[in-house]
Design a binder for this molecule. Structure first.
Ligand SMILES: [Ca+2]
Length: 188
């Protein structure tokens, strides 16, 4: 009371604060629903680390412009984990795995579980992505599979990893054709 008389700002009333709180909650809910509906996110903050010999699911990695697709009954079956990743539809899209716990500098194999069938561009044929291991890049060729539900493994030798943490990225680069689905990778 004394504060008002001295010209201090009048505190917000309880109903007004409740309205503001309600609007904030609604905005957060709308943003969450929109994100889940589109299924496109970077997985930042919840990406799972990848270790030697384990299936490192694409849906658990960091997604840049790509998105997860959950298999349903009779639809997209045969994938590992809870989902796979789609959305390699334009340059700049990628999946990034953080590989941890490498005991020493050395050369490894990388298996990539993927599917490649007729794309939205109506083309059927070998597709390419760019594989980046730490700072080294190379283009990989992904032959067609028997359908989108028919998964194949591409083995890539000569994966040079350093002791400790490493990054492995699959990217639709400017010179690639993309449009494949990725289920998981495994480093040996
Ligand atoms: Ca998967």
């Amino acid at each position: 009371m004394l504060g008002w008389l001295c010209g201090l700002p009048r505190p917000q009333s309880r109903p007004r604060r409740l309205i503001v709180l309600f609007l904030v909650v609604v905005l957060v809910l709308v943003a969450t629903v929109l994100m889940l509906a589109h299924g496109s996110h970077r997985n930042v903050g919840r990406a799972q680390p990848c270790v030697l010999g384990a299936k490192c699911e694409a849906e658990d990695a960091s997604l840049n412009g790509t998105r997860t697709e959950a298999p349903g009954p009779g639809h997209w079956s045969g994938s590992s984990g809870v989902a796979f990743v789609v959305g390699f539809e334009h340059p700049g899209t990628s999946i990034v795995w953080a590989v941890v716990g490498i005991p020493t500098l050395g050369s490894h194999y990388l298996d990539i579980r993927y599917s490649n069938y007729r794309g939205q561009d109506d083309q059927l044929g070998t597709r390419t992505l760019t594989l980046t291991v730490n700072r080294g890049t190379k283009q990989i060729q992904l032959p067609t599979t028997q359908g989108w539900r028919a998964w194949s493994d591409l083995r890539v030798p000569g994966i040079e990893l350093v002791e400790g943490g490493n990054t492995i990225e699959l990217e639709f680069a400017d010179h690639d054709t993309g449009r494949v689905n990725i289920d998981f990778i495994r480093v040996y």
